[in-house]
Design a protein around this ligand. Structure first.
Ligand code: TXA
Ligand code: MG
Length: 316
């Protein structure tokens, strides 16, 4: 079979994974580039295909929340979070058990675990007797894929098969949290918001950067090839006067000379809809041939925190 073939054959996907292959899988957040999380050789292929720095650990996907205890120590608070939010867009960073290879956790004593909610990911995991390591299925640093076609465009020659589960419903990567001494530290913002987590324990938000405790939270990430600026649209348009610009607007398209492409994330101002549209819109704007992409800051609340986080880092 040709690399990068797109299809819906779950048995084929399972067989390729059993043989140590790479399969792109749909999740409710973004597409993942999956391999057997317990097989270091298979896991190394993920790093190679993505050109991912070896120090950046992978998320391990399991079929059910109660399987987490096979791979990590699960303190009470983590168990309560898993009961409430799994399956769903929450990743828990927990102290790992020895059976999880260093290749998967990049040598960290912790492992990130998540239960994807997408029915095809669920079905696939239930066919396997091992968990799946899966980072987002994009070349390291580029925009995450939310359709099978996005995966084919970027990594088609590197994956054995692309399981097509349609368009991702959340559209932005999972919330990554560390659970420490009864506190919740958000390492990466996502669809599970600080308010939702605050019902369970005190929440702190780690700042992106070297000391964030999450090696993948590099300040620069999620970046299109076209230079991107993020902030108040009016200010950005003023600064880029005289250039051909592509605009990513939150709920209303601005009217100004020089705008050669524009995407509105949600005309009704709905942050969920905006998150769902974010990465596909960024990819279209990246293809517009503009001098710059100008991305509007969205309200810094709920899912808006995650959207601004991605745009801020795309701009670095
Ligand atoms: O929604 C998602 O989380 C998607 C889908 C495919 O599940 N996956 C994803 O994986 O976004 P990735 O590799 O692109 O992002 C994983 C993030 C990185 O920032 C990584 O550094 C962090 O999780 N992470 C993984 N293991 C960790 C660990 N042991 N300690 C701290 N951070 C960890
Ligand atoms: Mg990623």
């Amino acid at each position: 079979m040709q690399k990068g073939t797109i299809g819906k054959d779950l048995n084929l996907a399972a067989e390729l994974l059993r043989r140590g292959g790479l399969v792109a899988i749909p999740t409710e957040t973004v597409y993942g580039l999956a391999a057997n999380a317990l097989n270091p050789d298979a896991v190394l292929k993920i790093f190679e295909a993505k050109n991912r720095p070896r120090f950046n650990p992978l998320i391990v996907h399991v079929a059910k929340a109660n399987e987490m205890a096979q791979y990590a120590e699960v303190p009470k608070l983590a168990r309560r979070l898993a009961e409430r939010f799994c399956p769903g867009p929450l990743t828990l960073v927990l102290r790992k058990k020895p059976m999880v290879p260093d290749a998967t956790t990049a040598g960290n004593p912790t492992v990130a675990l998540r239960v994807p909610a997408h029915p095809m990911a669920q079905k696939l995991l239930s066919l396997l007797d091992f968990p799946l390591a899966a980072p987002s299925a994009n070349p390291s640093g580029y925009v995450s894929p939310v359709t099978a076609e996005h995966v084919a465009e970027n990594l088609g020659d590197k994956v054995d098969y692309i399981l097509d589960g349609g368009r991702c419903q959340v559209g932005i990567e999972s919330t990554v949290v560390a659970v420490e001494d009864g506190n919740i530290r958000i390492l990466r913002a996502g669809a599970i918001t600080p308010e939702m987590l605050a019902e369970f324990a005190p929440v702190t938000l780690a700042r992106a950067g070297a000391e964030s405790g999450s090696p993948g939270l590099l300040p620069s990430h999620y970046a299109p090839k076209t230079k991107l600026s993020w902030g108040k649209l009016e200010t950005l348009l003023e600064k880029h006067r005289g250039q051909n610009v592509a605009v990513l607007a939150f709920c209303k398209a601005p009217q100004k000379a020089g705008i050669i492409a524009c995407e509105v994330l949600s005309s009704s101002g709905d942050l969920r809809e905006a998150a769902r549209n974010l990465f596909a819109a960024l990819r279209r704007l990246d293809a517009a041939g503009a001098d710059a992409i100008l991305a509007e800051a969205v309200p810094e609340e709920g899912l808006g925190i995650a959207i601004n986080d991605r745009l801020r880092r795309a701009a670095t």
